[in-house]
Design a binder for this molecule. Structure first.
Ligand SMILES: Cc1ncc(COP(=O)(O)O)c(C=O)c1O
Length: 401
């Protein structure tokens, strides 16, 4: 089977593709029939047999290992979280900030969930925020590097911004942070699963993601990658038994010792029982991504996105970013950015296009005033053509009106 045939076959596992032109991976991806089956299996086990806890723990360790493999990390560098915010706040609460330390970020392009944790740190610990403005819809990596001072404790950015969806030059920023001994934390939710995301290459100390977007899972679960050496130097803000090294005896009864060691690596950050259903739901997608390979997934997603972007440009619509910018991704955005607004409607004209597409069973979002199309590997060329045809009809109708 050639690549195209492989992806076409996979598409049939996502029933929503039969009735929708689904371009909303930036919000949440479609899930597959295999995800439903995995979830059913877990629920059935509790429904009919009272549940199998050892098997649930085996599931967690399998999923941990598979996610680690997807991002080129080691299992012990992965902690289960609730979502992106949980991962970011876990790091924010574990770094020993002192008065007059600073955090470098780009508030005008970060998702609010990677801004408020730092305002909280600022207010609790009298830490300064060094806010580096974006340039042309992109995080200004050079500007961020220049903003680092001897009191910089942490630098944070998104691997890909949620809007307008451009990739950040993370390896460059990562190297600068590593050279200066500054903790580098990224929000990787808009790249994991959809684009190649290799934590070694990115040179990050920690990365937070959730599973409902590129990872094709459900809401309510995320992962925190934390480089083993970086994690071992941190004391978690919250602690429960999974964060404590109890040796082989992991049952409750083993706890209670006044003196204890923290778990090595990222496990020290895990608090309480896991979201087993969301882990079960995540596993089939991780299997598929490992099988296809991140490079092939990225190539397909970016190829479809380039086709969509150039088609929209040919129709005279304003596509965010240069068409040949190497930092383009699987996300295509249209219109003029409104940096003050997170989820506002775009211009009147674009709101009308958005409404027209929705009414015709296309799924997309509006973020920061622009229309956002988020592609994943269940999409195909016919999806792109359909949206371009609909846009053309919408334009013709506007002219006739
Ligand atoms: C870049 C980015 N970060 C964070 C989030 C959401 O954060 P959380 O998973 O904590 O709800 C989103 C989208 O919902 C996002 O696009």
């Amino acid at each position: 089977m050639n690549d195209e045939a492989v992806f076409e076959k996979i598409r049939s596992d996502y029933p929503a593709t039969k009735k929708l032109t689904y371009f909303d991976a930036g919000a949440r991806s479609l899930v597959s029939v295999q995800t439903r089956a995995a979830l059913d299996k877990l629920v059935d086990s509790q429904l009919y047999e009272g549940g199998d806890k050892p098997e649930m723990f085996r599931l967690i360790e399998r999923v941990r290992e598979k996610f680690a493999r997807l991002i080129n990390a080691r299992s012990e560098e992965i902690a289960f979280m609730k979502n992106v915010s949980d991962g970011l706040n876990t790091i924010a609460g574990s770094i020993p900030f002192k008065t007059n330390d600073n955090v470098v970020l780009t508030s005008d392009l970060e998702h609010p969930n990677n801004v408020y944790p730092w305002y909280n740190v600022r207010d609790k610990s009298q830490v300064k925020i060094i806010d580096v403005p974006s340039v042309n819809g992109q995080i200004d990596v050079e500007g961020m590097i220049n903003a680092i001072t001897p009191r910089t404790k942490l630098v944070t950015c998104s691997t890909v911004t949620y809007s307008p969806g451009m990739r950040t030059n993370v390896p460059k920023l990562g190297k600068a942070c590593r050279d200066r001994g500054v903790f580098f934390l990224v929000d990787g939710v808009q790249s994991c699963g959809v684009l190649r995301t290799d934590v070694e290459e990115l040179m990050v100390d920690a990365m937070a993601v959730s599973t409902q977007k590129g990872l094709q899972g459900l809401y309510g679960m995320g992962f925190l990658y934390c480089r083993a050496e970086a994690a071992n130097a941190l004391r978690p803000e919250r602690l429960a038994r999974f964060g404590v090294n109890l040796g082989d005896d992991t049952h409750e009864a083993a706890a209670g010792d006044q003196k204890f060691d923290l778990m090595p690596g990222a496990r020290r950050f895990e608090v309480g029982n896991y979201n087993f259903p969301a882990a079960a739901a995540a596993e089939p997608a991780l299997d598929r991504m490992l099988e296809l390979g991140s490079a092939a997934i990225e190539e397909r997603n970016c190829r479809l996105a380039r086709r969509l972007a150039s088609g929209m440009h040919q129709l005279g619509l304003e596509v965010c970013g240069d068409l040949d910018d190497p930092f383009r991704t699987h996300i295509v955005t249209l219109g003029e950015m409104d940096l003050e607004n997170h989820e506002s409607a775009g211009s009147g004209e674009l709101q009308s296009l958005f409404d027209y597409l929705w009414a015709n069973d296309v799924r997309l979002s509006i973020r920061r005033g622009v229309l956002r199309f988020g592609i994943h590997f269940y999409n195909n060329d016919q999806d792109v053509d359909r949206v371009l045809d609909l846009t053309k009809t919408w334009q013709e109708q506007a002219v006739a009106a």
